[in-house]
Design a protein around this ligand. Structure first.
Ligand SMILES: Cc1cc2nc3c(=O)[nH]c(=O)nc-3n(C[C@H](O)[C@H](O)[C@H](O)COP(=O)(O)OP(=O)(O)OC[C@H]3O[C@@H](n4cnc5c(N)ncnc54)[C@H](O)[C@@H]3O)c2cc1C
Length: 212
């Protein structure tokens, strides 16, 4: 089977989903398709789910980028996705309190936030396929062709005029098209995350570092 679209976005994380919504909301004149290898929209999540407040960003980011980030935050971070408002950051190293500083951030429910963006994308008329893994992409004519495997063992090809690689490391789009030279082993670290459930009313985030 061959599917044709104007824009193919691979990866439905924050980058891909936001771009898809931007296109459908801002009168992009063409078909938008978004695929993601996860079967469920943005789950499981590997992320601390901490987002900066506008105040925290302002002194550190140049004005043009700040305005873009501000728009993104305001369009995306609705009150119902905020799990906790953080005001302080405490740093503990080897069991000793080292510092406590103001740190206005939000702990968010990132999966719910992304789900909301993707619902806007679907309602805006884009095609969204979850459980769809891009295997390789290549230049074809003046566009691109990607081979996709679906979660049920089927495969299909998507032809697109424009291709967006929002599939993070190790990006298939990047690797297949040789956009960057990839990473060396020493550029990488292993990251894991675990989720604690409950009602947390504290307004303090704690960073703990020790040998363990
Ligand atoms: C442990 C950890 C903690 C973090 N904590 C924070 C934090 O507290 N605050 C913060 O702001 N950021 C945090 N980050 C960073 C944040 O998660 C990333 O910056 C952000 O998710 C990047 O968004 P993205 O859309 O570029 O990529 P991703 O969120 O990685 O999304 C990429 C998407 O592409 C899909 N995909 C990949 N390959 C394919 C393929 N071949 N075919 C189809 N789909 C594909 C994936 O399933 C995924 O849904 C953390 C990251 C880690 C690892």
């Amino acid at each position: 089977m061959v599917i044709k679209t104007d824009v193919l976005i691979i990866g439905g994380g924050p980058a891909g989903s936001y771009l898809a919504r931007y296109l459908v909301r801002n009168g992009f004149n063409g078909d938008v398709m978004l695929i993601d290898k996860k079967s469920v929209i943005y789950a499981p999540i590997i992320c601390g789910e901490l987002l900066p407040s506008e105040d925290l960003l302002k002194p550190w980011i140049n004005r043009d980028l700040y305005n873009v980030l501000l728009t993104t935050l305001r369009e995306t971070l609705r009150r119902e996705f905020i799990v906790n408002e953080i005001r302080w950051l405490r740093l503990v190293i080897n069991n000793r309190d080292i510092a406590r500083m103001p740190f206005r951030t939000y702990v968010i429910d990132k999966a719910a936030m992304i789900r909301n963006i993707i619902e806007d994308v679907i309602n805006g008329g884009a095609k969204v396929h979850f459980g769809a893994t891009a295997i390789k992409c290549a230049v074809k004519g003046d566009g691109y062709e990607c081979l996709v495997h679906d979660k049920d063992g089927g495969e299909y090809v998507i032809n697109a005029r424009a291709l967006i690689g929002a599939d993070a490391y190790p990006s298939i789009v990047d690797l297949s098209l040789g956009i960057t030279k990839g990473f060396r082993a020493e550029d990488l670290i292993i990251a894991t995350s675990t989720r604690a459930r409950g009602k947390y009313l504290d307004d303090e985030a704690v960073i703990v570092m020790d040998r363990g």
